[in-house]
Design a protein. Structure first.
Length: 227
């Protein structure tokens, strides 16, 4: 319940006070049995209408790729382009949940960001609150990218089909009062073994209320590299 209440309050605060933000998101996800390498992207996000710009910083073989999604435009599709030989294809329109757009990712582009992260916590909390098997630990003295954070650690000690994770860790930036890190783990593959990281997201260099306009989510923006 404490985590659920926090996520609900946080989402309300974001809706009220955060019009847009930019950040560098450093993440990694387990796809099948393989924990992929870290990916780093620069993002711009505007909440109304939901507008997202993504520029890939790493890994090297995807560096420079860009994508834009704006709710209610382009028939609900994202616009994106590859680099290298793939750049010859030009800008393509993709369903955000298509296999091509989702390749190597758990979540589509229109579920990217801190607001959807809070919604994910609310959904998980609403499921878990029906069962009295969650261990909650509040964490102090944390840092992320040199910034002070507080956190919460949620553990389900016994594997059950009711639960979608074994362990969940959340860092909250003490100054911005916004989520800055999210880790989700599955149960160990063998008794006494380490938990299996499923996904990790770090929101670095978070800057809120930049005054983004439609130009920031337009592939014709001269600062972008869309073919």
């Amino acid at each position: 319940m404490p985590v659920l209440r926090w996520a609900q309050q946080e989402q309300a605060t974001i809706d009220r006070d955060v019009r847009d933000y930019s950040a560098t998101i450093v993440s990694r996800e387990r796809i099948g049995d393989k924990l992929e390498e870290y990916q780093s992207i620069f993002v711009k996000v505007r909440h109304r209408p939901l507008s997202i710009y993504v520029h890939v910083l790493a890994p090297e073989n995807h560096k420079g790729e860009e994508a834009i999604y704006v709710d209610g435009r382009n028939e609900g599709k994202l616009l994106g382009h590859a680099t290298g030989i793939g750049r010859m294809v030009g800008t393509v329109a993709l369903d955000p949940q298509s296999p091509t757009a989702m390749n190597g990712h758990h979540h589509p582009i229109n579920e990217l960001g801190i607001r959807h992260l809070c919604q994910r916590l609310i959904d998980l909390g609403n499921n878990d609150v029906r069962f009295a098997e969650s261990q909650i630990h509040f964490l102090a003295g944390l840092k992320l990218n040199g910034r002070p954070c507080t956190g919460v650690d949620v553990i389900h000690p016994v594997p059950r089909t009711n639960f979608q994770f074994h362990r969940l860790r959340i860092f909250v930036d003490e100054q911005l009062k916004l989520p800055a890190r999210y880790e989700q783990y599955d149960w160990p593959q063998e008794p006494g073994g380490p938990p299996q990281l499923v996904e990790e997201y770090n929101f670095l260099n978070l800057q809120v209320n930049n005054g983004f306009t439609d130009v920031d989510f337009d592939p014709r923006n001269p600062r972008y590299g869309f073919p």
